[in-house]
Design a protein around this ligand. Structure first.
Ligand SMILES: Cc1cc2nc3c(=O)[nH]c(=O)nc-3n(C[C@H](O)[C@H](O)[C@H](O)COP(=O)(O)OP(=O)(O)OC[C@H]3O[C@@H](n4cnc5c(N)ncnc54)[C@H](O)[C@@H]3O)c2cc1C
Length: 293
C-alpha cells in the first residue's frame, strides 16, 4: 500500500522506525521487536539507510524481509549523498521488483572524513529535492515519496524560513508527506505548521517521537540534530542519570504527554523512533490509544 493514499483514508497513522542491524543476533532481536509491535497494526514501518551506502545491503535485506514475510507496509529510507544516479535507480528498482512502494527520500548528513567529489558525485543529487525529482522522473507514480521536515530548522540552515523554502522544493518535486526530526517541545511543531501553512504547503506532516530511555544517548542525538531538550526535563533526567529505570519512566511519561497534546491538537499521525526496541513504544501506545479512534 502507498502511504500517501493511506494517509488520505485514515484518521491517525501510527508508524515505527527501525535501523538495519549489523549482526545476525541484532536482526533476530529486530524481528522479535517487530513481532511484539505488530498487534498495534501500524500504518507503516520504516527502515533507515546509512548515508553514503554504509547499510545498503542490510537496509535492502530488512525491507525485503518485512515486505515479503509480514503483513506490514514498509517504507525504505533512501539517502542520495555519495551515490550516483545509477546507484540510486538500481536500489529503487530492486524495491519496485518485489512490490515495495514507499520511499523516504533524504540527502543524508555530510560526512566529515570524505572529499567533496565522493560526497557529491558529478551525476548525483546534492539535495533531497533533487532525489525526489529523480524518483519521479525514473519511476513516475510507482512510489509514494516522503521527506524529512525540521520543526526547529535543519542545523545547516541559516534560519527556519530558509529551511521551509527548501522544504517546499521537496513538496513541489513530488513529496506526498513528511516526517519530522525529533522534538521535545510541541510549540516548535505548532509554530512550524503555521509557517508551512503560510507557504501554501499542504502535505501531511507527521511528528517524529523519540521516547527518552537513555539520557546520555539522547543528549548526543539531540545535539547532533539540533533538537532542544527543555531545561526542566534535563534537570529531572540529570537527577536520575544513574538510575536507568527512572530515566525510562520519566521518558515514557514525557512522550505520553507530548503525544496526548499532539493528538488533541489534531495531528495526522505519530512516528516513533524505536531504536529497535518495543517496550517504551508499547507503553506510550497503551497510554494514548483511547485518543486514537
Ligand atoms: C524522519 C527522518 C528520517 C531520517 N532518516 C535518515 C536515514 O535513514 N539515514 C540518514 O543518513 N539520515 C537520515 N535522516 C537525517 C537526514 O539525512 C539529515 O538530517 C540530513 O542532514 C538532511 O537530510 P534532508 O533530506 O532533510 O536534506 P535536504 O532537504 O536536502 O536539506 C539539507 C540542508 O540543505 C538545505 N537545502 C535543501 N535543499 C536545498 C537546495 N535546493 N538549495 C540549497 N539548500 C538546500 C536545507 O535547508 C537543509 O539545511 C533522517 C531525518 C529525518 C527527519
Amino acid at each position: 500500500m502507498k502511504i500517501g493514499d493511506l494517509l488520505k483514508k485514515i484518521k491517525h497513522s501510527i508508524s515505527f522506525e527501525f535501523f538495519p542491524p549489523k549482526t545476525k543476533e541484532g536482526e533476530e532481536a529486530l524481528f522479535q521487536t517487530i513481532k511484539e509491535l505488530e498487534y498495534i497494526k501500524p500504518t507503516f514501518v520504516s527502515i533507515t539507510y546509512g548515508a553514503g551506502g554504509s547499510t545498503r545491503e542490510r537496509t535492502i535485506k530488512v525491507v525485503k524481509k518485512i515486505h515479503l514475510e509480514t503483513n506490514l507496509t514498509v517504507m525504505a529510507h533512501q539517502t542520495c549523498i555519495g551515490h550516483t544516479r545509477k546507484e540510486i535507480i538500481d536500489i529503487l528498482q530492486e524495491y519496485k521488483n518485489i512490490g515495495v512502494q514507499n520511499i523516504l527520500a533524504l540527502r543524508g548528513d555530510i560526512p566529515q572524513d570524505k572529499e567533496e567529489k565522493q560526497i557529491f558525485p558529478p551525476d548525483g543529487c546534492k539535495y533531497a529535492n533533487e532525489l525526489v525529482k529523480l524518483i519521479r522522473e525514473e519511476f513516475g507514480d510507482w512510489f509514494s515519496i516522503g521527506v524529512a521536515a525540521y520543526p526547529e530548522g535543519h542545523p545547516e540552515s541559516p534560519n527556519i524560513e530558509r529551511d521551509i523554502l527548501n522544504f517546499k522544493k521537496k513538496v513541489e518535486a513530488g513529496a506526498e508527506f513528511a516526517i519530522t526530526q525529533m522534538f521535545f517541545d510541541n510549540r516548535f511543531f505548532y509554530d512550524f505548521l503555521e509557517k508551512v501553512e503560510k507557504e501554501n504547503i499542504h502535505i501531511p506532516i507527521i511528528p517524529g517521537i523519540m521516547p527518552i530511555t537513555n539520557f546520555k544517548q539522547i543528549k548526543k542525538f539531540a545535539s547532533m540534530c539540533g533538537a532542544t531538550i527543555p531545561e526542566e526535563l534535563v534537570r529531572k533526567l540529570e537527577k536520575y542519570e544513574n538510575k536507568p529505570e527512572e530515566v525510562e519512566k520519566i521518558g515514557i511519561e514525557y512522550a505520553t504527554k507530548q503525544c496526548e497534546d499532539l493528538l488533541k491538537n489534531g495531528v495526522k499521525g505519530l512516528h516513533f523512533y524505536t531504536l529497535n526496541k518495543s517496550k517504551a513504544t508499547i507503553q506510550i501506545y497503551e497510554n494514548i490509544k483511547h485518543l486514537l479512534n
